[in-house]
Design a protein around this ligand. Sequence first.
Ligand SMILES: Nc1ncnc2c1ncn2[C@@H]1O[C@H](COP(=O)(O)OP(=O)(O)O)[C@@H](O)[C@H]1O
Ligand SMILES: [Mg+2]
Length: 266
Amino acid sequence: MKIWSIANQKGGVGKTTTTISLAGLLSQRGCRCLLVDADPHGSLSVYLGNDPDTQETGLYQLFHMEGEYQKYNVQQQILSTDFENIDLLPASTAMAALDRQMGTKQGKGLALSKALKCLSEDYDYVLIDCPPQLGILMVNALAVCNELLVPVQTEFLALKGLERMVHTLHMIMQSRNTVLSYTVIPTLFDRRTKASRGALEVLQEQYQENLWPSVIPVDTQFREASLRGMPLSMLAPKTRGIVAYQHLLSYLLGEVEQTEPVAEQR
Ligand SMILES: Nc1ncnc2c1ncn2[C@@H]1O[C@H](COP(=O)(O)OP(=O)(O)O)[C@@H](O)[C@H]1O
Ligand SMILES: [Mg+2]
């Protein structure tokens, strides 16, 4: 089971879109995916038809399981979705109180890790959609993942957010005493704007080693897919946004050395 966290301390950069898009593509390849909605706003849960205000099972409950994490108890928190091979560990608004509730409790950073260990036979991929704040949920997500994906909107303000995220990552790596690799994913790229092109140049200069060498373009179909509550690959498999996510997935799976730059970049 591979665990990928999708994180950036800035909102609106494409974290949830990246999570659902990659899950759609992985599920269509026959991979069993578990999506973890670690954002108290619950956008991913809403996307998949759940209401975080009334949700009574999910990630929140995992933090309140006293003692041993048992497979059965963890599985009870998971919902199936309308899509084959995609399950959801939903968010609830109550998660916003977790930092306060957990306080200095021992092991609070490893709740998700302990829970996911029980599921290692059940899924091929776990994708964790992170909240835009550094707190217990983000710490759990970074502690458990094998791979960190950092979507960054190609505009100048977002670059600052990336700096903050990389700083957080270094702090967590120090406390974990491990090295976690991360991949920066330029998103919402619009070749026609100077802001997009300029931001991409900065990313190429400053994050070259960790940068996916292509971009996710702006594609209005993402909004359409979210309105319909479907992964975009199931609604419009050929649209340029999904073609770009397909390239990204191949890259992440090590199927290609170097992805072809998408047309927008040329
Ligand atoms: N490549 C894209 N093209 C067009 N719209 C996008 C793209 N990626 C994300 N969006 C839209 O931008 C908004 C923010 O994206 P979202 O994935 O929710 O960001 P985050 O989870 O980081 O807050 C959403 O309305 C989403 O549909
Ligand atoms: Mg989100």
